[in-house]
Design a protein around this ligand. Structure first.
Ligand code: SF4
Length: 500
């Protein structure tokens, strides 16, 4: 069951908290068993289809990997405005009756990951506001770097905030403008600095916006006459949509009774789509900017083999995100690919807080080394990133305990040294192992026989895609090279990570 539920329309608003603890196995507490980067959020929008809420359900289900904390759908038929939000997975928050009660032909939906401090229903999206022209719902993916500065200015002039979400800041900026809704939204969006994809729903229109650098993915599709939007193309494929195109940096799409109007709120700046989407976050069956994720990851593995070959008996990938790259490494070298590591898919949430000893063992709940595969073998272990180093050490040790004679670690990204300001929840810079250790020191720390990272050039060439000839391949590589595509210093009034 969902842990908290919130259902309503503009006049009805109930909240009940049934569970307020941490999910230790979900990545929401410090010192989590896995120190991997945390997914951000996913958005899904429909305009002009009578089964908007069912489509949103299936679309959000396909985006579940982008956020397991909460889910929500807001729908309108042009007259009524209804929504339902809850803590938990999409399948826990919504059942058949709930979906059938959300009647309308236009909708926005959201799945959310959040840090533990923000793990509460008031931040679950879509957020719904009373606006002077009617109800307004907003869903977002990403992070507004200058949000603390704008929030402080708004508070100084009388605004009262109910959430810590960026979304509410956008709503306040829109509400304060004397202009009509679309113009007010355009002005408000132009004040934001960061990486974001926004869906804004009113009874008579849907607005779709992407930040001027295109940092966060957002794709448009069609189902018959209807328009659909999603953070990843896999969600559009799930509902049988025809993929039309990615939303361009700085674009503002307006959908209303006249159909689609392609407009913008800002001139496009340096294209800088998040490279970690390709490396780790997005599903392998998604396409971003003309590149399929599985194919791109295979190329990363192949390139890794060219840049940092090591002879071995088998290649294995850390599931799930590194399996494609491991296949690429194996194809390039001729070393057989084997399932040396198996992920237990059914550990979703565990409500028991473990002792430290059990916690150390807990990695085996999520991941197992296959003894009959790795015993007596020299293993190349492909992974996508090293954050603090603790996870890598545990996985290397799993392989050694299962009898691997050598473990060579190959990482399909450059060393992760800098925090993200655009929607990825990263630890403090001082906790990022690559920021304070050499590669050989890291190798010793994770107990590997050898360690190598993909070069930035190798990463860019492997990803390819529509923007491959642009500066840095049209990618954001800031967490690797400290070259941020936007201003990130607002005199201490800036925000890192994710605050969807
Ligand atoms: S800093 Fe890293 S994680 Fe953040 S948007 Fe850029 S590439 Fe992605």
């Amino acid at each position: 069951m969902s842990d908290e539920i919130k259902t309503g329309n503009a006049n009805q608003d109930k909240t009940s908290a049934l569970w307020t603890g941490d999910y230790y196995n979900q990545g929401t507490v410090s010192g989590d068993i896995f120190d991997t980067l945390k997914e951000e959020c996913g958005v899904f929008g429909v305009f002009g289809h009578p089964e908007a809420s069912s489509m949103s359900y299936y679309g959000l289900h396909a985006l579940q990997h982008r956020g397991e904390e909460s889910a929500g759908i807001c729908v309108t038929d042009g007259e009524n405005f209804n929504y339902h939000r809850g803590m938990g997975l999409v399948k826990e928050v919504f059942d058949k009756d709930r979906i059938q009660s959300l009647v309308g032909d236009r909708s926005i939906g959201h799945v959310r990951y959040s840090t533990s401090g923000d793990s509460r229903l008031t931040n679950a999206q879509p957020l719904v506001f009373k606006y002077r022209d009617g109800d307004l719902a907003i869903a977002t993916n990403g992070n507004i770097v200058n949000e603390p500065l704008i929030r402080r200015q708004l508070e100084a002039s009388g605004s009262i905030f109910q959430t810590t979400s960026d979304t509410e800041v956008l709503a306040h900026l829109i509400a304060r403008s004397p202009k009509g809704f679309v113009e007010a939204a355009r002005d408000a969006l132009s004040q934001l600095v960061g990486g974001f994809a926004f869906l804004l729903l009113m009874k008579d229109k849907l607005l779709v916006a992407s930040d001027p650098n295109g940092l966060r993915p957002l794709v448009m599709g069609r189902v018959g006459e209807a328009y659909v939007f999603a953070s990843e193309s896999c969600a559009l494929e799930t509902i049988g949509a025809e993929i039309v195109r990615d939303i361009e940096p700085g674009e503002l799409l307006v959908l209303d009774e006249r159909g689609l109007t392609e407009d913008r709120f800002a001139e496009p700046k340096r294209k800088a789509l998040c490279a970690m989407e390709y490396i780790y976050f997005a599903r392998p069956d998604s396409d971003l900017n003309g590149s399929n994720l599985h194919a791109a990851r295979k190329r990363m593995g192949g390139r890794m083999a060219i840049e940092s070959f090591v002879d071995a008996d088998i290649v294995t990938g850390v599931p799930d995100s590194s399996i494609s790259a491991a296949i690429g490494y194996a194809e390039q070298t001729g070393i057989p690919y084997e399932l040396g590591l198996i992920k237990n898919k059914y550990t979703g949430r565990t409500f028991i807080q473990p002792s430290q000893e059990l916690r150390e063992q807990g990695v085996k709940m999520k991941l197992s080394a296959v003894r009959r595969v790795v015993e007596g073998q020299r293993v190349v272990m492909i992974d996508d990133s090293i954050v603090r180093g603790t996870t890598s050490r545990r996985i290397v040790n799993l392989l050694r305990e299962a009898g691997a004679t050598e473990v060579h670690v190959r990482i399909t990204s450059p060393p992760f040294k800098n925090p993200c300001f655009y929607g990825i929840d990263t630890p403090d810079r001082r906790e990022l192992i690559a920021s304070y250790k050499t590669i050989d020191e890291m190798r010793r720390e994770i107990n590997a026989d050898s360690l190598a990272f993909l070069t930035p050039e190798g990463l860019i060439q492997s990803i390819g895609g529509l923007n491959k000839d642009d500066y840095k391949g049209g990618l954001c590589l800031s967490c690797f090279d400290n070259d941020y595509p936007t201003q990130v210093d607002f005199g201490g009034d800036e925000k890192e990570g994710c605050s969807c």
